[in-house]
Design a protein around this ligand. Structure first.
Ligand code: A3P
Ligand code: MG
Ligand code: MG
Length: 372
C-alpha cells in the first residue's frame, strides 16, 4: 500500500514562508579529469569573463564525456560525510541525506508536472538517505532518445554547449595565478565534464535538517576557509531572447536554475546567451535571491518560490513520518500526477544506498562511543 502526499490544491502551500536554514558548506570533494574521487577542493574553478563571440560547438569532436551509465549511488557523498565525522568525532545531525538534484525535483514538483521521478530511500540510524532510482532515469532517457529529433543541430552538440561555456568562463586557479596564455586560450581547452567540484552543505526547511551534496561550477573570487557563505557562481547557457514568448520560456527554465542554486547557497547565476547556432552573444549576472520576485513582478509565468519552499517543507515532514522502518522505499511521482507516492520495495536492509564502508565506519564509531 502506497502512502500518498498530494500537491493539490496548491493554495495549501501559499502564505508565510517555512523557516529556511541558510546552507553552509561543511565539507567538499572533487572528481578529477578521470572522474576519480578526491576529498577536498582540487577541482574548484575560478570565474573569469569568457570571450564573447566564441563558437560553442568548437572542439565538440574532442569532448571528454563522462559515461553516466553506471549507478554511482550516494558513494562520494557518504565517503565525504564519513571523513568529516572522523575528523570532528561527531555524526552529522541531518534527517535527510541526498544529492541536491533530488531536492530540486521535489521542490519543483508543484510547477513541473510533465516529468515524473523515482527515488530510493532508506532509514539508517535516524537519517533518511535518498538516491535517484538509476533504472528509472536510464529508462526515461532511452525513451527520450527514441523520439525523433527534428532540430537543425544534433542534441549532443547542443548539450556540449553548456559544458563548453563552463570551460570558457573558468580557470583552474585564481586570476593572479593563471597565465595570460591560459586565459586567452580557453577556447582551445579540451572540454571534460568528468571533472567536478562538489559542495556538501547543511541546510533545512523548518524542523527538517538536510545534508545535500551538489556540483558548484566555480567561485567568483576566492573560497573562504571558515563556514561563511561563498561567492559561488552557477553557469547556464540559454538561447537569445527575442520575443515575449522566449522570455516566458526562459522564466520557466529559471524555476530549476533558482532551486538548484538556492539549495546550495549559490548567490549568483551567470547566464550565457547564445545564438540559435551556438555563438556566445553576451553574459548576464542574476542574483539568485531576486529571481522569485522578478517572476511574480512580470506576472506571465506560473511559478512561486514560496510555494516550492512550503511544499518541500511539508513533504519532508510527512516523509519523515512515513519512512519509519527498515528496508528500501520508493518515492515516485508519475508524470502529470498530482501526488507523490511512497511505498516499500524491499522489506529489509538498505539496498545499495548505503555503502559497506559507511556502515563499517558508523558501527566502529558507535562502538567507540559506547566504550568511551
Ligand atoms: P546548460 O545548463 O548551460 O545547458 P549545470 O548547469 O547543471 O552545471 O549543467 C551543465 C551542463 O550539463 C548544462 O549546461 C547542459 O549542457 C548539461 N546538462 C545538465 N543537465 C542536463 C540534463 N538533464 N539533460 C541534458 N543535459 C544536461
Ligand atoms: Mg555544473
Ligand atoms: Mg551550470
Amino acid at each position: 500500500m502506497a502512502a500518498t502526499f498530494s500537491m493539490q490544491p496548491l493554495e495549501r502551500f501559499a502564505g508565510s514562508n517555512a523557516a529556511i536554514k541558510r546552507p553552509k558548506e561543511f565539507a567538499c570533494f572533487s572528481y578529477d579529469q578521470d572522474h576519480k574521487f578526491h576529498l577536498g577542493d582540487s577541482s574548484l574553478k575560478w570565474y573569469y569573463n569568457p570571450e564573447i563571440g566564441t563558437d560553442l560547438s568548437q572542439g565538440f569532436d574532442t569532448f571528454v564525456k563522462h559515461d553516466d551509465s553506471a549507478d554511482e549511488h550516494l558513494d562520494s557523498l557518504l565517503e565525504t560525510i564519513a571523513s568529516h565525522e572522523k575528523e570532528t568525532g561527531k555524526a552529522i545531525d541531518a534527517h535527510i541525506v541526498t544529492w541536491r538534484g533530488m531536492l530540486t525535483k521535489i521542490m519543483a514538483a508543484p510547477f513541473e508536472d510533465r516529468d515524473g521521478f523515482e527515488m530510493n530511500a532508506t532509514l539508517y540510524r535516524g537519517s533518511i538517505f535518498i538516491e535517484e532510482n538509476h533504472q528509472y532515469k536510464q529508462a526515461s532517457r532511452a525513451e527520450q532518445d527514441s523520439q525523433p529529433w527534428r532540430g537543425p543541430i544534433p542534441q549532443e552538440v547542443m548539450q556540449y554547449w553548456g559544458y563548453k561555456f563552463e570551460t570558457l568562463c573558468t580557470m583552474p586557479a585564481p586570476w593572479g595565478e593563471t597565465s595570460r596564455e591560459y586565459i586567452e586560450g580557453r577556447d582551445k581547452q579540451i572540454v571534460n565534464n568528468k571533472e567536478q567540484y562538489c559542495s556538501v552543505v547543511r541546510t533545512g526547511f523548518d524542523e527538517t535538517v538536510m545534508c545535500l551534496g551538489g556540483e558548484v561550477d566555480c567561485v567568483w573570487d576566492s573560497k573562504t576557509l571558515t563556514g561563511v557563505a561563498n561567492n559561488w557562481v552557477e553557469l547556464k547557457t540559454t538561447a537569445e531572447i527575442t520575443s515575449e514568448r522566449d522570455m516566458d520560456n526562459f522564466e520557466r527554465k529559471l524555476l530549476k536554475f533558482w532551486i538548484q542554486s538556492f539549495l546550495l547557497g549559490v548567490p549568483k547565476i551567470i547566464v550565457g546567451y547564445r545564438s540559435r547556432d551556438g555563438k556566445l552573444l553576451r553574459t548576464e549576472e542574476l542574483a539568485t535571491e531576486k529571481i522569485p520576485t522578478s517572476i511574480l513582478k512580470r506576472g506571465r509565468v506560473n511559478w512561486n518560490g514560496n510555494v516550492c519552499v512550503n511544499f518541500a517543507s511539508a513533504f519532508l515532514k510527512w516523509l519523515r513520518q512515513t519512512i519509519d522502518d527498515e528496508g528500501v522505499w520508493r518515492i515516485r511521482r508519475k508524470p502529470r500526477s498530482p501526488h507523490i507516492e511512497v511505498f516499500k520495495v524491499e522489506e529489509v536492509g538498505h539496498g545499495n544506498i548505503i555503502t559497506d564502508n559507511f556502515m563499517n565506519w558508523r558501527i566502529k564509531f558507535s562502538l567507540s562511543q559506547s566504550s568511551a
